[in-house]
Design a protein. Structure first.
Length: 153
C-alpha cells in the first residue's frame, strides 16, 4: 500500500499536533490578587480583615486571594511572596488543586491609566445589558469610567 507524499505530510503534521497538545498544561496561567496568610477565609479576605495580613500566623502559609473569583490559592514555593503580605500582585504558574506552583510574581505598582493617557477602545455590557464602547460613552467634556470590582449590591 502506497501513500501519496501529501498524505504522509498530513499524517506527520497531525501526529505532531497531537504530541504538542499532550505537552501543554491546561492548568498553567496567571492570577491577580492580594497576598494573605492561609488562616483567612475568602469572606474575611473580601472584607479585608486585618487577620489576613498578620505576619507569623501559626500554621499559616502565604496565599493569593483572587478577589475576582473569591478564591484563595496556596503559593509554592513561598520564597517569592515573603515580605509581600497585603500587596497586590500578579503571578504566573501552574495550578495543582488549591496550590499554585509559582513561576513568577510581580508587584502591581500602579492601577489604571496615567494622567493624560487615552483609554483603550473597549466593548462591554452595562447593567441594563446594552453594549457600550468608549465612543458611546464619550461626553462633550470627556469621559470618566468607574469600574467596581467584586461589588455586592
Amino acid at each position: 500500500m502506497s501513500f501519496p507524499p501529501l498524505c504522509m505530510i498530513l499524517f506527520f503534521f497531525a501526529f505532531g499536533l497531537v504530541l504538542n497538545g499532550q505537552n501543554e498544561n491546561p492548568n498553567h496561567g496567571s492570577w491577580s490578587g492580594v497576598i494573605i496568610n492561609s488562616n483567612c477565609t475568602p469572606e474575611e479576605a473580601f472584607a479585608e480583615t486585618p487577620k489576613c495580613t498578620e505576619k507569623d500566623a501559626p500554621g499559616a502559609k502565604l496565599a493569593l486571594y483572587d478577589d475576582t473569583t473569591r478564591q484563595i490559592f496556596i503559593l509554592e514555593p513561598q520564597d517569592q511572596a515573603v515580605g509581600h503580605l497585603g500587596d497586590s500582585m500578579t503571578l504566573t504558574g501552574t495550578l495543582e488543586g488549591d496550590t499554585v506552583r509559582v513561576a513568577s510574581l510581580k508587584l502591581h505598582t500602579s492601577i489604571g491609566l496615567g494622567v493624560g493617557q487615552k483609554a483603550p477602545d473597549f466593548s462591554a455590557r452595562d447593567q441594563f445589558g446594552r453594549q457600550q464602547t468608549l465612543e458611546t460613552l464619550k461626553g462633550p467634556k470627556g469621559t470618566v469610567l468607574l469600574f467596581f470590582r467584586s461589588a455586592d449590591w
